[in-house]
Write a protein that binds this ligand. Structure first.
Ligand code: ADP
Length: 262
């Protein structure tokens, strides 16, 4: 009964948001959060109203990457108010509720799913054009909770790096989305090649085209290849989205966004 009531609240809350997109990866560290915040920043710069939900309860990195740390969300009888970045992106993360950034969240599956469902039902997102949901890596409880809780989710974007193990894991994300009948918007190959800081040419470290090949084999759209770019990493550590800089990774990223938005 309580769950049905919450589902109704989620439907009402999510009904005010035009597009809901979850960002998935099979493996950790491939750049899923980086893709999420840069997609958010690009859409925001295009004049869209954007929210970012950090679905990673164990490793909430969105606050740091969006440059909003040491803030605390307010709540009242209407719900929880999201944090708004200086650029106007609304965001919610378990990270905003932890006493300090070294505090681990030591919870088991059901409690984690509960927290994410509450972020969908109780956060006052308001009318948004896009809600982007960053998820932890893998194909477990939490990814399924997110996909099933949002009734009319647009679909998932899957991030991988080009090397075999990452691509193998990305194929599992594709299989999960297919099993749960969630549309797959496409695959992004991140860290495909390295931008040499001296000559700006792209060097292939992990091989080339792994993500593209997997996309073709699985019949999923390939959204593009973003090279490893030192400038992108420096930006993200400072809480600045790389798309606000003029670098090689940014140029490639913007092409990816065009494909997602079209
Ligand atoms: P995930 O969310 O998949 O765990 P992150 O987005 O946190 O991965 O990325 C892991 C690290 O790699 C971060 O330090 C991030 O700044 C860096 N990174 C991600 N993509 C790129 C890129 N294209 N170029 C340079 N650094 C990147």
């Amino acid at each position: 009964k309580a769950m049905e009531m919450q589902n109704a609240k989620i439907r009402e809350n999510m009904g005010k948001i035009k597009h809901k997109i979850a960002i998935l990866s099979g493996k950790g560290g491939v750049g899923k959060s980086t893709v999420t915040v840069n997609l958010a920043a690009t859409l925001n710069a295009m004049g869209k109203k954007v929210g970012v939900l950090d679905g990673d309860i164990h490793g909430p990195n969105i606050p740091k990457m969006l440059g909003v740390e040491n803030v605390q969300p307010m709540g009242d009888e209407n719900g929880i108010y999201p944090i708004t970045t200086k650029d106007g992106i609304k965001t919610m993360s378990i990270g905003y509720f932890l006493p300090n950034k070294d505090t681990p969240v030591i919870w088991r599956g059901p409690r984690i799913s509960g927290a994410v469902r509450q972020f969908l039902s109780d956060v006052i997102w308001g009318d948004l054009d896009y809600l982007l949901i960053d998820t932890p890596p893998g194909t477990g409880d939490i990814q399924i909770t997110i996909m099933q809780a949002i009734p009319d989710i647009d679909g998932v974007v899957i991030v991988t790096t080009p090397e075999d193990v990452a691509v193998l894991d990305a194929r599992k994300s594709v299989a999960m989305a297919k099993t749960t009948n969630i549309p797959i918007i496409g695959i992004i190959e991140n860290m495909g090649g390295f931008v040499c800081p001296h000559c700006n040419k792209v060097v292939d470290i992990f091989g080339k085209g792994g993500g593209e090949k997997a996309a073709k084999e699985l019949g999923v759209e390939f959204l593009g290849r973003i090279p490893l770019d030192v400038k992108a990493r420096e930006a993200s550590d400072k809480g600045i989205p790389m798309v606000s800089l003029d670098c090689t990774a940014t140029k490639e990223f913007k092409k990816v966004v065009e494909k997602i938005v079209e």
